[in-house]
Write a protein that binds this ligand. Sequence first.
Ligand SMILES: Nc1ncnc2c1ncn2[C@@H]1O[C@H](COP(=O)(O)OP(=O)(O)O)[C@@H](O)[C@H]1O
Ligand SMILES: [Mg+2]
Length: 261
Amino acid sequence: MNTAAEPQLELRGVTKRFGGVGAVDGVTFQVEKGEILGVIGPNGAGKTTLLNCISGVHRVDGGDIRWEGRSIAGLPPHRIARLGIGRTFQIVRPFGSMTVRENAAVGALFGSSAARRGLKEAFEVADQVLELVGLKAKADHPVSALTIPDRKRLEVARAVATRPQLLLLDEVMAGLNNVEIDEALEMVRAVHATGVTVLLIEHVMRVIVGICRRAIVLDFGHVLAEGEPEVVLRDERVIKAYLGERYAKRLRGERGQDSAS
Ligand SMILES: Nc1ncnc2c1ncn2[C@@H]1O[C@H](COP(=O)(O)OP(=O)(O)O)[C@@H](O)[C@H]1O
Ligand SMILES: [Mg+2]
C-alpha cells in the first residue's frame, strides 16, 4: 500500500484537440490532497479546456487522468462529480428565476454521494455554504437581483454544496475590484479550511501569489513552468508568454520602470 504518497489527482500527458489543434497538449502534473494549486497562463492557453477534461465535459484525446489512483478519463461529468470533484464555470449561469438558497440547494442535490440526501438536507447544506461564502443575508433574494461579485460567490457556493473533495475554480475573481478580490480570497481560504483541495485558474496574479504555494503556467496547451508562484512569475519564459518578447527585454534592462500591464 502506498496511499500516503499518492497524489489526489494526477494528469499524465493529457491531450485535447479541437480540429487538429492541441488546446491541451501532453499536460502532466499532480495535485496533492489539501493544497491550493494555481493554474495561470495567457488567454487561449488551454486552462478552461484542461478543467473541462478533468471534470468530464470533454473526453480527452490522449493521456490519462487519475483520481485517488484510479483512471477517470472518459467518465461522464455526473460520475466525476459524484467521486468528489466539484467545479465552477467561467461563464456564470445560475437558475435566474430561483432564489439564492434554491440555487445552492440544487448543488447539494447533484453532488458527491455525501451530498445526495433529501430536500430538507439539501437546504441545510445550502444554508451552510451560503454562510461560508458570505451570502447568507441574501439567501432569499432572487438570483436576478445579485451583483456580479455575489453571482460569483453563488457559483462557488453551488459548487461547494456538491461537497467536493477537490474544487476546480475557473476565474471566479475576473472582473472584481480590489476590495471584492480580497473578499473572494477570504472565501476561497474559508472553503479550503473546511478540508477541500483547490485547483484555481486565475488571471489576477495577486490572488495566485497570495493563496497558492505552487502554480502551473500553461501556454499553448503546454506546461511552461511549475513551482512557487513568486519564482514562476519571475521566469523569463513566463514573462514572455504574458507580455511578449519586447516587454521581456525591457523588464531585463529597465526593471522597475516598466508599468506595462
Ligand atoms: N469547444 C471548443 N471548440 C473549439 N475550440 C475550442 C473550444 N474550447 C476551446 N477552444 C480553443 O482551445 C484553445 C484554449 O482555449 P481555453 O481552454 O478556453 O483557454 P483559456 O481558458 O486558457 O483562455 C483556444 O484556442 C480556444 O479557441
Ligand atoms: Mg478560460
